[in-house]
Ligand binder design. Structure first.
Ligand code: NAD
Ligand code: IPM
Ligand code: MN
Length: 357
């Protein structure tokens, strides 16, 4: 198989982690007799600096022409004070929207080898953790109109609109039901239906949609309780489905149970076009340029790419196994180092995974 991949390294640690992930992709492809063609496109702050726009037309075209997209991360203090209309993050939101990527899969998996790096007690993590957070990605307060600034009682005020249509809710719940069906058959829909109208519609549509999946046990939880339950007893969850903003927050929370946000990959998919794969973390400006970032979330995003965009299960499993083997030997980047094993940097970790394939 030939794979045409559009790479968008982005900002901060983005280029460092994407470099390692591409090496892994190329090695796996070679080992299994595939070919990879890559094209690099600008996004985020890098695109603002080069073209005055966080999402140049050429980038959208390159993504649409590719079979799949691999993204590092965008943003950083350099662009925090510019016109919000052209912030780096706008580039990321724009490409998600342009490719119709409404479904964001964020698996929070604790490698048993990393149990000591989890921020939870051993008796709480128990047999490990394997939660799939299904985050709606192109709706809610992120994109809702109207939004902006106004004046209320003579003073500045600002507002956003959290809005979902029935069809937007139905399609993401359907994705979550399909996933739950192939896993533990438990789906927890997280909302704030005790307060928000948008959540009451969400819950109603979730119930209606999940009724078509009698083999999947649907439950509901308010988001504040869900945030607490994730820490109190994470293993009660199998698949979580939730709206854009809640999913953003809960997935960062879930990541820390696995040891570090530097471990969590994601897949963003729509209906048919190229999917986008990226770590859930950001550009980590505090550690950028030091070759100490954890590249595993991005390497595991390549595994998700092989599995979900190309149906290459053996190839994906080879990456997962290589990551596991490297962790089993005790190699750790700083974010998952807890005093045992050997601390390594970003490129060294990439090289170790490469050797293990
Ligand atoms: P962040 O995820 O970049 O960093 C939070 C903390 O986690 C930092 O201490 C960082 O060093 C650490 N961290 C993150 N990834 C790591 C890795 N791979 N290895 C080791 N440590 C890692 O979140 P932030 O600091 O809130 O945001 C920084 C910038 O990134 C902002 O501009 C934000 O908008 C942007 N951001 C982008 C994305 C994305 O591109 N998908 C996601 C989140 C944040
Ligand atoms: C993420 C990030 C983005 C989001 C930002 C950078 C727009 O936090 O991918 O989780 O909120 O979706
Ligand atoms: Mn986030």
């Amino acid at each position: 198989m030939n794979m045409n991949i559009c790479l968008m390294p982005g900002d901060g640690i983005g280029p460092e982690i994407v470099t390692q992930a591409v090496k892994v992709l190329e090695k796996v492809a070679k080992k299994f007799g595939h070919t990879v063609q890559t094209e690099t496109a600008l996004i985020g702050g890098a695109a603002i600096d080069a073209a005055g726009n966080p999402l140049p037309e050429a980038t959208v075209a390159a993504c649409k022409a590719a079979d799949a997209v691999l993204l590092g991360a965008v943003g950083g203090p350099k662009w925090d004070t510019i016109d919000p209309a052209i912030r780096p993050e706008k580039g990321l939101l724009g490409i998600r929207k342009a490719l119709g990527l409404f479904s964001n899969l964020r698996p929070a998996v604790l490698f048993p080898e990393l149990a000591a790096a989890s921020y939870l007690r051993p008796d709480i993590i128990g047999q490990g953790l394997d939660i799939m957070v299904v985050r709606e990605l192109t709706g809610g307060a992120y994109f809702g109109e109207p939004r902006g600034e106004t004046v209320v009682n003579g003073e500045r005020a600002a507002f956003n609109t959290m809005i979902y249509s029935e069809s937007e809710i139905e399609r993401i719940v359907r994705v979550a039901c399909e996933i739950a069906r192939k896993r533990g058959k438990k789906l927890c829909s997280v909302d704030k239906a005790n307060v928000l109208d948008v959540s009451r519609l969400w819950r109603e549509v979730a119930i209606r949609t999940a009724a078509e999946y009698p083999d999947v046990a649907l439950s509901h939880m308010y988001v504040d309780n869900a945030a607490m339950q994730l820490i109190r007893d994470p293993s009660q969850f199998d698949v979580i489905v939730t709206e854009n903003l809640f999913g953003d927050i809960l997935s960062d929370e879930a990541s820390i149970i696995t040891g570090s946000i530097g471990m969590l990959p994601s897949a963003s998919m729509g209906s048919g076009g190229p999917a986008l794969f990226e770590p859930i973390h950001g550009s980590a400006p505090d550690i950028a340029g030091q070759d100490i970032a954890n590249p595993l979330a991005t390497i595991l995003s390549v595994s998700m790419m092989l599995r979900f965009a190309f149906g290459l299960e053996k190839e994906a499993a080879a990456i997962d196994a290589a990551v596991k083997a490297v962790l089993a030997k005790g190699y750790r980047t700083g974010d998952i180092y807890v005093g045992e094993g050997e601390k390594v940097g970003c490129s060294a970790m990439g090289a170790l995974v490469l050797d293990a394939i």
